[in-house]
Ligand binder design. Structure first.
Ligand SMILES: *[C@@H]1O[C@H](CO)[C@@H](O)[C@H](O)[C@H]1NC(C)=O
Ligand SMILES: *[C@@H]1O[C@H](CO)[C@@H](O)[C@H](O)[C@H]1NC(C)=O
Ligand SMILES: *[C@@H]1O[C@H](CO)[C@@H](O)[C@H](O)[C@H]1NC(C)=O
Ligand SMILES: *[C@@H]1O[C@H](CO)[C@@H](O)[C@H](O)[C@H]1NC(C)=O
Ligand SMILES: *[C@@H]1O[C@H](CO)[C@@H](O)[C@H](O)[C@H]1NC(C)=O
Ligand SMILES: *[C@@H]1O[C@H](CO)[C@@H](O)[C@H](O)[C@H]1NC(C)=O
Length: 270
């Protein structure tokens, strides 16, 4: 892998219970240059306690295109590669099942049994995945930047026409769909079309969305150049200010995640 930029993205923490304490995320996709491996974990809600599974998506840029170097699962200090060509992990969810997006469709990983299974029969190359809170339906973002809703246990997909050229997707707890478009701006998909979220910087160099921490009831989490925001389904937004406790936990978790990342890299032999 010498000479290639090694990045970490889409790192997610799976919580088994909804009452576990949750934390906000770190920014994703910060561009790094040169020979250094990038350590840009984006962290979803959860802590890194014993028995909790943390997923790491590794990818490299080849000709400006992201290529997977695998999805790894970290649990109880051990790291295991679970998918060779995966690029997407569903936001954490208070269940042991996590959905993973691979080059050839959707997989479900059970953190309790540590078993991976193909989910449904779709074969799209997937770069983003999110599961609804209230149903078993999923949303996927395919390599060609199209968003689909996946229903009937992964056997049927419906194109979400409102989402145009999506780069990332996320759901909030109320199952509203958000996406980041080609311009690094977030949109919410409403019944009458996609709406651009207001009140945000106009030309951010980085953007990241995810389901918010469980303490945030409405809206999704959006990071624009290290500044977190909550974006709402009514297309408004507000900056999110960490309190001292959250800040400490956030930093602590970033360190824990970086340690896991280094462990993965060591194990991968780079
Ligand atoms: C690489 O890392 C070194 C040491 O941390 C740092 O001094 C240097 O600026 C980095 N180079 C690039 C291109 O990021
Ligand atoms: C980057 O390259 C320089 C010069 O080749 C080397 O000294 C340095 O250790 C490298 N940094 C990393 C993080 O690999
Ligand atoms: C870890 O998770 C497994 C499977 O859910 C459970 O049986 C076990 O009791 C848990 N151990 C701890 C220390 O929480
Ligand atoms: C997946 O399975 C469903 C139900 O069995 C079937 O209707 C559908 O055609 C299959 N789709 C593909 C892509 O094989
Ligand atoms: C998820 O959906 C359930 C069932 O409708 C609801 O009670 C719960 O509040 C939702 N979770 C969150 C975190 O909003
Ligand atoms: C948008 O929704 C949020 C969250 O529900 C709410 O706090 C805010 O007042 C709403 N703003 C407008 C302009 O309706």
């Amino acid at each position: 892998m010498r000479g290639l930029l090694v990045c970490l993205a889409g790192l997610l923490v799976c919580l088994k219970t909804a009452d576990s304490h949750s934390l906000p995320q770190k920014d994703d996709d910060t561009d790094t240059s040169g020979n250094n491996s990038s350590l840009d974990p984006d962290i979803s809600s959860g802590n890194l306690d014993f028995n909790i599974t943390t997923f790491i998506v590794r990818y490299v840029y080849r000709n400006d295109k992201k290529e997977s170097m695998g999805i790894y699962a970290h649990k109880n200090g051990k790291i295991k590669k679970v998918l060779e060509d995966g690029m997407a992990v569903s936001d954490w969810f208070p269940k042991s099942l996590t959905y993973l997006g691979n080059k050839d469709g959707i997989y479900a990983y059970d953190s309790d049994t540590e078993k991976l299974e193909k989910y449904g029969n779709l074969s799209d190359s997937i770069i983003g995945i999110a599961k609804e809170n209230r149903t078993d339906d999923l949303y996927i973002l395919t390599e060609d930047h199209v968003v689909y809703k996946v229903i009937e246990q992964g056997t049927k997909k419906i194109k979400v026409n409102e989402a145009e050229h999506a780069e990332q997707i996320a759901l909030d707890w109320d199952d509203n769909l958000y996406y980041i478009g080609a311009n690094n701006q977030p949109y919410v998909v409403a019944s009458d079309g996609a709406k651009k979220i207001g009140g945000l910087p106009t030309k951010p160099t980085s953007a990241f969305i995810s389901r918010p921490p469980i303490t945030i009831e409405h809206g999704a989490w959006f990071m624009s150049e290290k500044q977190p925001y909550i974006i709402y389904s009514n297309a408004t937004s507000e900056p999110y200010v960490f309190n001292d406790q959250e800040k400490l936990e956030y930093e602590k978790r970033n360190r824990a995640v970086e340690a896991i990342f280094l462990q993965v890299r060591d194990q991968a032999g780079e």
